[in-house]
Design a protein around this ligand. Structure first.
Ligand SMILES: NC(=O)c1ccc[n+]([C@@H]2O[C@H](COP(=O)([O-])OP(=O)(O)OC[C@H]3O[C@@H](n4cnc5c(N)ncnc54)[C@H](O)[C@@H]3O)[C@@H](O)[C@H]2O)c1
Length: 287
């Protein structure tokens, strides 16, 4: 089997200028994909581009500066990728504003919710929840046209969704998690799938400030995202839709079924015993 199984695939990763987005870009490029690195910060993209090309070869990556919440720019950015690379198959919604926008120390000194700046709360919700909705809506017709594709949304661990002191961060990720289930439903049987991938704990990026006092070597390292994201983007995962995967539990030494059972679960919270009582004629649909 080739060691570049993603040859011919074209991916767009938002928030790819640094952190987990850049690590996933390096991983996908090393497996043969061409990768568009999108970030709101132009400066970080130059370095990221060099590093991703070092993994996948010259010309395997392009940089796109854009704000994922700007509808006009989202559309033109995706046009740039499709024109530049000749199509689009994979969208990874990684760009986010983290807890550090609310406090440098959500471990030792979490602010109470009524002290949070309402405009900042709304901006974080907009970037983290609306951004993926916007980018995916604009991109998905290209994936459907190709007849094969992946939407991968980066959310967070369940307990982080209600972690104190992080303002809109947790709620915004809960919204993206729920929206992934909607996406998976709507994409069923199209050849395009929608799934969630999370690191599985605080990761060693700028999102976890030094002021938290957490030991950097005990954090999830960004490279942990690489193997599960490459697998999700391979044809081996063609039947995986509406799932969430924990990178820290991804164990390549296991056979694929056991790997999926260990690190995967249905996306969102279908197991929670609070399904609504619906009137006759409006049944619950499952994936
Ligand atoms: N680091 C963690 O502990 C952790 C844990 C769980 C989940 N996550 C998730 O993983 C993803 C990556 O996190 P990270 O730690 O690498 O973060 P990071 O802050 O290192 O990188 C995020 C990138 O997104 C970009 N970005 C922010 N707003 C944007 C916008 N409006 N438009 C375009 N780009 C924008 C930033 O410029 C930055 O380069 C995020 O979705 C995050 O919520 C992180």
């Amino acid at each position: 089997m080739t060691d570049r199984p993603l040859e011919g695939r074209i991916a767009l990763i938002t928030g790819a200028g640094r952190g987990l987005g850049k690590a996933m870009a390096e991983g996908l490029a090393a497996k043969g994909a061409r990768v568009a690195l999108l970030d709101i910060e132009r400066d970080v993209l130059a370095t990221a581009l060099r590093e991703v090309e070092a993994s996948g070869g010259q010309g395997c990556a392009m940089a796109v500066t854009a704000d994922v919440t700007d509808p006009e720019r989202a559309r033109s950015a995706i046009d740039e990728v499709v024109d530049g690379f000749g199509g689009l198959h994979i969208v990874i919604n990684d760009a986010a504003m983290g807890p550090q926008f609310f406090t440098n120390d959500f471990v030792g000194d979490p602010p109470v919710f009524w002290d949070v700046d309402p405009e900042l709360w709304l901006r974080v919700l907009t970037v983290n929840a609306y951004g993926p909705q916007l980018v995916t809506s604009v991109a998905v017709p290209h994936l459907l046209k190709a007849g094969w594709g992946r939407v991968i949304n980066i959310t967070t661990s369940l307990d982080t969704m209600y972690l104190r002191g992080c303002g809109a961060y947790g709620p915004s990720k809960a919204a993206l998690e729920a929206n992934t289930r909607v996406m998976a439903h709507d994409l069923a049987d199209t050849g395009v799938t929608a799934n969630v991938l999370i690191p599985g704990g605080p990761a060693n990026t700028r999102m976890i400030p030094e002021a938290t006092g957490l030991a950097r070597d005990e954090l999830v390292q960004p490279e942990a995202m690489s193997a599960p994201v490459c697998w999700l983007c391979s044809t081996d995962a063609d039947r995986i839709n509406g799932m969430r995967f924990i990178a820290a539990l991804w164990d390549e030494s296991l056979p694929p079924d056991e790997r999926v059972a260990k690190a995967g679960a249905p996306v969102a919270w279908p197991q929670v015993n609070s399904i609504s009582q619906r009137p006759d004629g409006w049944e619950h649909e499952d994936l």
